[in-house]
Design a protein around this ligand. Structure first.
Ligand code: RAM
Length: 356
């Protein structure tokens, strides 16, 4: 991950050059952002990859800074990669991180003639019929961030699922001397990624017999809901020592609530956050350390994976490799997934080096 985080430091300089030479990004309606490259068909800059593909990026929700970083041209995410490759790219979704908000965007993308979908699943079961219908039409379906294992061609995984879960528990254990009541503030109860991480957290907690998980609550990646459920936790469990929030929206809400309450100095918050949103809470000691990966690299990798798959350069068979532009070479793993890299720990010694 050190390698990947170094990329994050120099990425803006590269993007300045890239965005000057690429087609401008334009907004088309409240629920989507599109960009088209000038090429319309044939071979692109990357050898024999197809160009002019209609690729739709469908995050859990719009308005979540994590996905804005993962997807946008400005950050060097999925749309930047798609522009470089000469594809037509559209980011679209609903505003709530729920299947009923996300599924209409998926259906509209299919109707508009998508060649590939890049999806972070709000709920794998609810999304499956639509994703399967897309695959039946020959549309490439790549999940990123949150998987829908039974109904996609490839999953682009941000970091080892087990490592994300276990390391969050280890980080908190270090801060609270492996003892006391803890709680989890998750995203949606249906989210594949958070649920898998939580199951590894529970396994890891067996190593810490004095740490007791008293509650798991769901903020649905909505700042207001996450704030309310955190407030509820603190009222119900006045002896709480720590909160793990494996969502960028939840960790920020939890750190804000603790910072402005009598629990500051008593409750430690950790989990997955973006460095810009968490700088204040690393400085005030509420969150001495937290984790993440580079979301822009995740989106960028997902875009290359989708275009390689749609161009029939790779299948989901393990061992197939492809080059993802500036990120280098990646190989499909045994479970139809491609791994970005290990999680990265942010703390006061390094956080000022990051801006996303
Ligand atoms: C939120 C979303 C996303 C997750 C990050 C860590 O932004 O729930 O799916 O990967 O947090």
């Amino acid at each position: 991950m050190r390698r990947s985080m170094k990329r994050a430091l120099w990425a803006p300089a590269v993007l300045l050059v890239a965005s000057a030479t690429l087609a401008a990004c334009s907004s088309s309606g409240s629920g989507s952002t599109s960009s088209s490259a000038s090429a319309s068909s044939g071979s692109g800059a990357s050898g024999s990859l197809k160009t002019g593909l209609k690729v739709f990026i469908i995050p859990k929700n719009l308005g979540n800074p994590y996905f804005t970083t993962a997807d946008s041209v400005k950050s060097g995410g999925a749309m930047a990669a798609l522009q470089t490759l000469g594809e037509s790219a559209t980011e679209t979704s609903g505003t709530a991180a729920t299947p009923s908000s996300q599924i209409p965007a998926l259906q509209a993308a299919i109707t508009k003639g998508a060649n590939a979908l890049i999806v972070s699943a709000t709920d794998p079961n609810a999304l499956c019929p639509t994703l399967k219908a897309a695959m039946a039409k020959g549309i490439t379906v790549v999940t990123y961030d949150s998987d829908a294992p039974a109904c996609r061609n490839l999953f682009v995984n941000q970091a080892s699922t087990a490592q994300i879960g276990t390391s969050e528990v280890d980080l908190l254990a270090k801060e609270i001397h492996s003892s006391g009541q803890i709680a989890i503030v998750s995203a949606a109860a249906s989210a594949t990624n958070q649920n898998q991480w939580i199951s590894y957290m529970k396994q890891e907690l067996k190593k810490y017999p004095k740490m007791k998980l008293v509650s798991t609550v769901y903020g649905n990646d909505d700042p207001t809901t996450a704030t309310q459920v955190t407030q509820g936790l603190l009222q119900h469990y006045p002896d709480l020592k720590g909160i793990i929030s494996p969502t960028t929206v939840g960790i920020l809400a939890a750190a804000q609530v603790v910072s402005s309450s009598k629990y500051k100095g008593k409750v430690i918050v950790t989990g997955l956050g973006t460095p810009d949103s968490m700088k204040k809470y690393v400085a005030n000691g509420v969150t001495p350390a937290f984790e993440l990966w580079n979301p822009a690299d995740l989106g960028y990798l997902a875009a290359y994976a989708a275009v390689n798959y749609a161009s029939k350069k790779i299948t989901n068979a393990s061992g197939q490799s492809f080059t993802a532009g500036k990120l280098g070479k990646f190989t499909v793993g045994s479970d139809d997934s491609i791994l970005l890299g290990p999680p990265f720990v942010f703390n006061k010694s390094n956080i000022s080096n990051f801006n996303f």
